[in-house]
Design a protein around this ligand. Sequence first.
Ligand code: NDP
Ligand SMILES: Nc1nc2c(ncn2[C@@H]2O[C@H](COP(=O)(O)O)[C@@H](O)[C@H]2O)c(=O)[nH]1
Length: 335
Amino acid sequence: MFGFNERKTVMQIFDYEDIQLIPNKCIVRSRAEVDTTTEFGGRTFKLPVVPANMQTIIDEPLAKWLAQHDYFYIMHRFNPERRLAFVKEMHQAGLFASISVGVKDSEFALIEQLASADLVPEYITIDIAHGHAQIVIDMIQHIKRLLPASFVIAGNVGTPEGVRELENAGADATKVGIGPGKVCITKLKTGFGTGGWQLAALRWCAKAARKPIITDGGIRNNGDIAKSLRFGATMCMIGSLFAGHEETPGRHVTVDGQEYQEYYGSASEYQKGQHKNVEGKKILLPIKGKIADTLNEMHEDLQSAVSYAGGRDLAALTKVDYVIVKNSIFNGDQY
Ligand SMILES: NC(=O)C1=CN([C@@H]2O[C@H](COP(=O)(O)OP(=O)(O)OC[C@H]3O[C@@H](n4cnc5c(N)ncnc54)[C@H](OP(=O)(O)O)[C@@H]3O)[C@@H](O)[C@H]2O)C=CC1
Ligand SMILES: Nc1nc2c(ncn2[C@@H]2O[C@H](COP(=O)(O)O)[C@@H](O)[C@H]2O)c(=O)[nH]1
């Protein structure tokens, strides 16, 4: 499958399910030798993975647990009044603070309040559906002016032009993915986005990027993490694979004797409390057990992937050959 980029040159269009990576000769005696750590924003994390900054995926106790165990986290922005105290509490506990902001006037004011209180979050993520926007550029510059030591992640975008503009404005990393999420309906409601070709969009954006990219949405299997690194991601933001754990905060519901957890979009009516500009839905996922077990399995699968790549750390994944085996648009999702 082929499409055209902005310069009208032909590019290949594919998604996670369409790609298979090609093995190289193994150079480790055991997968346990493989190092899956990654450096991001001046810290080293155990995995190139971050749970989505959504209300049914992360809360403050889980954020604290992730930081204590050397995983990257981004706290969501849906308890806006808690963020100042959250930064203070994380710092008092000797942990890094990583918060999300929007772009409303009150969010610009929050940055001013943090600066006046001399509270400097190590990471600030600007979390907007359509991140290729002047208001996001304004917010990046506002943060860089008042909190220059914070590492700023800006998004979401879906084009090289979006990546470059946010980087040029001062973003330290960009987040790529418009509409590939499991509970996303943007592609159906608006006709726009990277849903169905997120991996190709990542590749397209990564070719233009000079700073790290977080790929966001569409990861359905642990092998998709290795594929994301192959096509240019430094980090993978994941919602649905983390939804439904004992520690994730979605409400539990019982249907026909089976226990489920809610996973809903940040632009769903469940998040917003009203049916306005809805671009997200709610699904129920069976309870999966402990998040530590899922992270451990991701670690093992990624170690195995690196061994297939013929290396001993994540850099090996960035160079492997691949084949495109098929193509489909919905990535297994239904409206
Ligand atoms: N990654 C993705 O594909 C998507 C993610 N989301 C998530 O949903 C949450 C809510 O996002 P968002 O609605 O941006 O947050 P906000 O409600 O904070 O809106 C962002 C601001 O941008 C304006 N805006 C203009 N055009 C758009 C547009 N096409 N989409 C969104 N805002 C627009 C909004 O004004 P006004 O409301 O008046 O238009 C508002 O002032 C976020 O957590 C986001 O990550 C939502 C959709 C897609
Ligand atoms: N279009 C929408 N996208 C959303 C919404 N809420 C969150 N998201 C995005 O999805 C990913 C998680 O994707 P997954 O495939 O791993 O489940 C998340 O990080 C957001 O970028 C929404 O309401 N609409």
